[in-house]
Design a protein around this ligand. Structure first.
Ligand code: HEM
Length: 445
């Protein structure tokens, strides 16, 4: 990555406020660095400019990148009026009725509505489904033969979301299982690309996304009709039922298309991210026999503390979503000594926070012991983002990872060796192990 001198640090946007140092290479070069060589580019830029600097990249324009914990705290604690959602955002992919596309009061109200579906008592109801899906998926795993674990993890997490959040079963569940994975692959790549203003053909990426969307809406409308006619709707705990029961202040029901947008958003946000984190779990355990042995000891004794610590360390050391974004909604936003003008993008680089040796000594080490008996402190540990837009499914994801890992460890022995670490592969939203988390297992008799 080539970039040249910083702008004069005395150049100010508002009186007594500095501008962040600016990366000066051409926009396209910066864009390629950000999109395809992000880790190396960020390291290089941090080394030159420090933990706050400005880049200029396609789609997001001039963007201030921060990874200093104090500055990240300012971003996370800003009001939703000061910092609004980044543009473009995942709402473009899921539709205008999803929480991803909202700001301000609408955003707060929708989060309030969704939050109960992702907390303690409700999650307890999902444990059985997660265990069932793990056992079903692992029933045919080969023994003594290396295979990619990422796809099995994707199937488990997709089935779990479809059953627990949409309440899907039967034909609809089968159809959704078929159509969601190819949409997810294409959608992740297209999420931030603006749709062209003219109609595109059926075989163009946008045409394919439209085709998927029609099929998805048709299936979910069937599920909604069935739920509407269900005398037990009042007792159901899936999100589809909750959204269907909800009433706005004036007593009006949510639009069915908005329900479809919201459910698609939860599927899109929730299944591949969790599967990627699980893929990394097996990639790491294969290379860390001492951690694996401790986990097996604990699972056999019925414990879970070390497993929880391992999950936190996984999410630190192999950050699945490495950056979160906001846009300045106020006339100006103060970030440390810098003044960030209205409409400028602010990007928090989670991966660089997680690799800061001042916060996590020897950050390159996979060391679950650092979280044993302690909770990681925000904003230094930020795997699920922070503030008003913190991941709604964080507890759900951790509970799911916990149960999948427990079930696999109870039933399989994972072979360990000194294989080279898998590199990271960016799928457009999530970072996954590049070789798919290759493992060799044997059944425990
Ligand atoms: C290991 C798995 C996961 C990771 C690493 C992850 C990470 C994230 C991150 C970094 C954000 C952005 C937060 C911000 O902007 O501050 C986010 C948002 C979100 N996530 Fe997750 N997530 C995971 C699983 C899930 C699951 C299982 C669900 C739901 C089923 C979910 C639903 C959401 C939603 C709805 C938002 C948007 C919140 C908003 O805009 O208000 N996520 N997630």
């Amino acid at each position: 990555m080539t970039d040249t001198a910083m702008v004069n640090p005395c150049e100010t946007s508002t009186p007594n406020r500095l501008n962040p140092p600016r990366v000066r290479s051409p926009k396209l070069v910066q864009g390629v660095g950000f999109a395809f060589f992000r880790r190396a580019a960020m390291r290089n830029w941090i080394k030159r400019h420090g933990r706050i600097f400005e880049i200029n990249i396609p789609f997001f324009g001039r963007s201030v990148v921060v990874s200093d914990p104090a500055l990240v705290r300012s971003v996370c604690t800003a009001s939703t009026e000061e910092l609004v959602n980044i543009q473009p955002n995942l709402g473009n992919l899921f539709g205008p009725g999803s929480v991803f596309g909202f700001d301000g009061t609408r955003h707060r109200d929708r989060r309030r509505l969704l939050a109960p579906a992702f907390h303690g008592p409700i999650l307890k109801n999902f444990e059985r489904v997660i265990e069932d899906e793990t056992l079903r998926e692992s029933a045919n795993w080969p023994e003594d033969k290396e295979f990619r674990i990422l796809e099995p993890m994707n199937r488990i997490t997709l089935n779990v979301i479809l059953r627990t959040i949409l309440g899907a079963d039967g034909v609809e569940l089968e159809e959704l299982r078929e159509i969601v994975p190819p949409w997810m692959t294409l959608g992740s790549l297209m999420a931030f690309a603006p749709a062209p203003p003219y109609r595109t053909g059926r075989h163009s990426p946008w045409g394919k996304l439209d085709e998927f969307r029609q099929a998805f809406d048709r299936i979910v409308m069937t599920l909604i009709d069935r739920a509407d006619a269900d005398p037990g709707l009042g007792d159901r705990v899936d999100v589809l039922a909750m959204l269907l029961r909800s009433r706005r202040d004036a007593g009006t029901a949510m639009l069915r298309l908005d329900i479809c947008d919201e459910l698609l958003g939860l599927i899109g946000a929730g299944h591949e991210s969790t599967a990627s984190a699980l893929g990394w779990a097996f990639e790491r355990l294969r290379r860390h026999p001492e951690v694996l042995a401790e986990l097996v000891r604990e699972v056999d004794a019925g414990g879970s503390d070390f497993r929880r610590a391992t999950i936190l360390e996984l999410l630190r050391s192999r950050t699945v979503v490495d950056v979160i974004g906001r846009r300045v909604g106020a006339p100006n936003f103060d970030l440390g000594e810098c003044g960030i003008p209205h409409n400028r993008t602010v990007l928090v680089r989670i991966a660089d926070l997680h690799e800061n040796p001042d916060i996590f000594p020897h950050p390159e080490r996979f060391d679950p012991y650092r979280f044993r008996g302690t909770k990681p402190a925000a904003p230094a540990w930020l795997a699920f983002g922070g503030g008003a837009r913190r991941c709604l499914g964080a507890d759900f994801a951790i509970a799911e990872m916990d149960i999948v890992l427990r079930t696999v460890l109870q039933n399989f022995r994972i072979q360990t060796d000194a294989a080279a670490d898998e590199k990271s592969y960016f799928r457009g939203v999530a970072h996954t192990p590049k070789l798919g988390g290759r493992v060799v297992v044997n059944r425990r008799r």
